[in-house]
Write a protein that binds this ligand. Structure first.
Ligand SMILES: Cc1cc2nc3c(=O)[nH]c(=O)nc-3n(C[C@H](O)[C@H](O)[C@H](O)COP(=O)(O)O)c2cc1C
Length: 207
């Protein structure tokens, strides 16, 4: 359950992908929030806007459908889990934007990553290049959650890149439409996108 990102508006669209888009490396964005108006979703849209010239940007939308992890169901998971795993496997690079809940990552995100990491030895995340970013209305910019997320991804087999972005005081860096308007944050996000594009084997044009 993913949606492509429109280059000009940065919003999700349901338009059919063209052949050219299909040939681009895939960037899968996952936000760890189910909240309408989520700053972390907005951060992914901003990244998608910057990346869509060179990457096929898909935003994962199925987080709320993932059931609680059950080790007994690893080999026969719910369809939503199979879809999550497929979305990750099809991606060349991941960009994960996490909120911070009580100084760590949201349970919904951890739950999804636990599913993606199993069965043992067959993690969908294995060797998958990933960048972690985060946004929070507080001063920390979800930094503690990002640290935890990097550790969880590393343990799950992902190749966590040393780049990131902490958007603190998020309410002042996005406008009412959810557009990232802070110049410094946009510049850092552009560097993140450039690194992801390079990792995926393409050069970002004007990140
Ligand atoms: C259960 C809960 C715990 C939270 N704990 C923290 C926290 O430890 N640090 C922080 O900066 N913000 C904390 N927040 C505030 C979130 O950063 C804020 O709700 C943020 O907007 C969530 O991200 P989103 O906009 O992508 O949904 C918490 C929010 C909730 C609901």
């Amino acid at each position: 359950m993913t949606t492509p990102v429109d280059k000009t508006s940065g919003t999700d669209t349901s338009r059919a992908r063209t052949a050219a888009e299909g040939s681009r490396p895939v960037l899968l964005g996952i936000a760890g929030s189910l909240r309408e108006g989520s700053f972390n979703h907005a951060l992914l849209r901003a990244a998608g806007e910057l990346a869509s010239d060179v990457l096929d940007v898909r935003i994962y939308e199925g987080l709320g459908e993932i059931p609680p992890f059950n080790e007994d169901r690893e080999d026969s998971p719910a369809a939503a889990v199979t879809e999550l795993r497929r979305s990750i496997e099809e991606a060349d690079v991941l960009l994960i934007a996490t909120p911070e809940y009580n100084s760590s990552i949201p349970g919904t995100l951890k739950n999804a990553l636990d599913w993606a990491s199993r069965p043992y030895g067959a993690s969908a995340l294995a060797d998958k290049p990933a960048v972690v970013v985060g946004a929070s209305p507080g001063r920390g910019g979800a930094a503690q959650a990002q640290e935890d997320l990097r550790r969880v991804l590393g343990r799950s087999g992902a190749k966590v890149l040393d780049q990131g972005l902490s958007v603190s005081r998020a309410h002042s860096r996005f406008d009412d439409t959810g557009r990232l308007v802070d110049d410094e944050a946009r510049a850092t996000l552009a560097e993140v996108v450039t690194r992801l594009a390079q990792t995926a084997g393409v050069a970002a044009r004007s990140a």
